[in-house]
Write a protein that binds this ligand. Structure first.
Ligand code: SF4
Length: 63
């Protein structure tokens, strides 16, 4: 499973990082960095929570 970002939709509010800072880091200027695109086995639930937490639906998962 892989993370996909619609960059036009990202508002830089950091809610994804709040769910898992292993995968997402949002800088003070609101720039999002994806730390790791491929989701490790066992991390599926926390990454799904981060995707669900994004209020602008900028995140999705490619199975
Ligand atoms: S939760 Fe969504 S809008 Fe907020 S930083 Fe993460 S990807 Fe961007």
């Amino acid at each position: 499973m892989r993370i996909d970002v619609n960059w036009d939709r990202c508002a830089g509010n950091g809610l994804c990082e709040f769910e898992t800072d292993k995968y997402f880091e949002v800088h003070d200027d609101g720039t999002l960095d994806v730390q790791q695109w491929e989701v490790d086995g066992g991390d599926e639930q926390q990454v799904r929570r981060a995707v669900a937490a994004c209020p602008t639906e900028a995140l999705s998962l490619i199975e």
